[in-house]
Design a protein around this ligand. Structure first.
Ligand code: NAD
Length: 339
């Protein structure tokens, strides 16, 4: 009889009910023992991984050098991200400490692109305002005028997995779609009827600008006072990628000057410790977020673009496959390994 392999113990930081509901069934048949933790990873909480061999983290866990040093001291050899973006991980520190890092390189891009479009449609047609009005038995239409997207120009910054789907959906609305990516794919653009051009062109001509780039030192504050000033008056800005792509102070100023027509955000520069939490009984300490929430033409969701059944099950499947590969000393799924 084969000896039963001892399970790989995985500490799952910042666990929410939907994480358990997707990870548990995905791991069936695999020798994985989950330790679900409902707090985020940081130097103060790294010791909670004691006894585990791997940790599983999400977008707002702090996988910086101090955390990694503490995890390494606890014997952690793998950090597996249950997301695509990895701006919260110090990969150099992980390499130096001999900790492998994996992510979920691609899960339903439709989930995120469709959420970007949901924000756009809601903002443009003021659905968030009419929903509230009608519940108050206010059936007046005053102030709810929107505009046709058909015939307008959309600018897609970043034509990776998600940006392409967003571009395709907006082409389906009959929009002219401009796209900028430092690594363009002219064949895809031609096939989809998308015009490639520099960021400058997108800023100058777009009625809707949607960001689909990773957060890196180059893309940090890609949208700031000077880029906002080059956008068309009345344009919509949609950001479902990472909060720090946008300088929040400059965004507030632009909104106060009535330069932008509307802003849809699924991510926020200072979202750590706020998004994913129920703070309804507390006093919001973040003054910029509080200011943003006062604008009638700003719509904020709390980093939920990934939250579809399909995306969650893709994420869980990739995470479990990489954990099983790690336990067996085999290769991770292509595109997963970061360190
Ligand atoms: P991807 O790697 O497939 O595509 C990113 C694209 O951005 C690439 O084509 C790259 O060349 C391009 N790019 C890089 N720097 C650029 C720049 N300065 N200007 C223009 N383009 C640039 O990534 P993806 O799967 O499409 O995801 C994009 C981002 O969306 C992720 O990095 C992540 O931060 C974010 N995201 C958010 C959620 C959410 O729930 N809100 C979920 C998944 C991903």
């Amino acid at each position: 009889m084969q000896p039963t392999p001892s399970p790989l113990v995985v500490a799952v930081y910042d666990t929410k009910p939907y994480d358990r509901d997707s990870l548990l069934p995905a791991a069936r048949g695999n020798p994985i023992e989950w330790r679900f933790l409902d707090f985020r990873l940081g130097p103060e909480s790294a010791s909670a991984a004691r006894g585990a061999q791997a940790v599983c983290v999400f977008v707002n866990d702090r996988v910086d050098r101090p955390s990694l040093e503490l995890l390494a001291a606890e014997g952690i050899r793998l950090v597996t991200l249950r997301c695509a973006g990895f701006n919260n991980v110090d990969l150099d520190a992980a390499r130096a400490l001999g900790i492998r890092v994996t992510r979920v390189p691609g899960y339903s891009p439709y989930a995120v692109a469709e959420h970007a479009v949901a924000l756009l449609l809601t903002l443009n047609r003021k659905i968030h305002r009419s929903f509230n009005r009608v519940r108050e038995l206010n059936f007046s239409l005053s102030g709810l005028e929107g505009s046709d997207l058909h015939g307008k120009t959309a600018g897609i910054v970043g034509t990776g997995r998600i940006g392409r789907i967003a571009a395709q959906i907006l082409r389906g609305f009959g929009m002219r779609v401009l796209a900028y990516d430092p690594h363009p794919d002219p064949a895809w653009a031609e096939q989809t009827g998308v015009e490639l051009g520099p960021l400058e062109l997108l800023l100058a001509e777009s009625d809707v600008l949607s960001l689909h780039v990773p957060l890196t030192p180059e893309t940090h504050h890609l949208i700031r006072a000077e880029t906002l000033a080059r956008m068309k008056r009345g344009a919509f800005l949609i950001n479902v990628s990472r909060g720090a792509l946008v300088d929040t102070g400059a965004l507030v100023d632009s909104l106060k000057e009535c330069h932008l027509g509307g802003v849809g955000l699924d991510v926020y520069e200072e979202e750590e410790g706020i998004f994913f939490e129920d703070l309804s009984g507390t006093i919001l300490q973040d003054d910029e977020l509080a200011r943003l929430l006062t604008f009638p033409n700003v719509l904020i969701t709390a980093h939920q673009a990934f939250l579809t059944r399909e995306a969650l099950s893709d994420i869980a499947r990739t995470t479990v496959t990489n954990l099983a590969a790690h336990a067996a000393g085999e290769a991770y799924l292509p595109g997963s390994q970061l360190a």
